[in-house]
Design a protein around this ligand. Structure first.
Ligand SMILES: *Cc1c(COP(=O)(O)O)cnc(C)c1O
Length: 227
């Protein structure tokens, strides 16, 4: 695959993001995470050369393979469901976006304690209540935010969410606003939870309008994924 027009695509995204920040009025800085899942290590290499500093992968094993194959100092984000037996691999990631259940919060906390450090992570919220997605319901968040404060070894730096596939604009905004309210709740409970990871190729402008500080883009940068 050729990444020739990656620079132009990134410039277009940056421009759209800047305009969405103005429309939304949140005044936030937005970090672009290039999602390289299913692409080869050359996608990571190309992204770095085009000025991208953060890449996202949804599977630990696939990410570790790519890390071994590239020699560029990108920050790796784990954006997919994390299995308990993969928690020990978190040393290789700058940020986990997908603390989606109590048992994995506990496992990451235990891992951080054994490593004598805090693991930075985002709480995944399932605003629309989709069965196919993990994450905490908004209604659970007030109680959960207290629990997260109490866990050593795990530092919650924000919230992540995904809008339902093919949702209309109203629903998409409702999901992003829900995630923002969860973020505000965590901050209110004393977490340094300022990040809002939301927005993919088809909805990142809405996400930025609603306050996203991290957007996770694959298709719009690298083209459609094959099967
Ligand atoms: C694949 C994926 C993305 C990127 O999706 P695109 O539609 O290709 O931009 C973002 N977030 C998560 C969690 C993903 O799994």
């Amino acid at each position: 695959m050729s990444f020739q027009d990656l620079g132009a695509r990134l410039a277009e995204v940056a421009d759209r993001v800047a305009r969405a920040v103005v429309r939304g009025g949140h005044g936030q800085r937005v970090t672009l995470i290039a999602v390289t899942k299913t692409r080869g290590p050359d996608a990571v290499q190309a992204a770095w050369q085009a000025g991208v500093q953060n890449v996202g992968e949804n599977k630990v094993q696939e990410a570790l393979g790519k890390m071994a194959a590239v020699d560029v100092p990108v920050r790796w984000h784990l954006i997919g469901h994390l299995q308990r037996n993969k928690v020990r691999d978190l040393d290789h990631f700058a940020l986990v976006h997908s603390i989606d259940r109590v048992s994995i919060a506990d496992a990451v906390s235990t891992f951080g304690i054994t490593r004598k450090r805090s693991v930075d992570a985002l709480v995944q919220v399932n605003v629309a209540g989709e069965d196919t997605k993990g994450g905490f319901a908004l209604a659970e968040m007030p109680a959960q935010s207290e629990q997260f404060v109490a866990r050593a070894g795990l530092r919650i730096t924000g919230v992540m969410t995904m809008a339902p596939l093919n949702a209309d604009e109203r629903t998409t905004r409702m999901v992003f606003q829900g995630a923002r309210s969860a973020r505000d709740l965590l901050v209110g409970a004393g977490h340094p939870a300022f990040d809002l990871s939301m927005g993919m190729s088809n909805d990142y402008e809405l996400a930025v309008e609603e306050g996203a500080t991290m957007i996770r883009l694959g298709t719009v940068l690298f083209g459609e994924r094959g099967l």
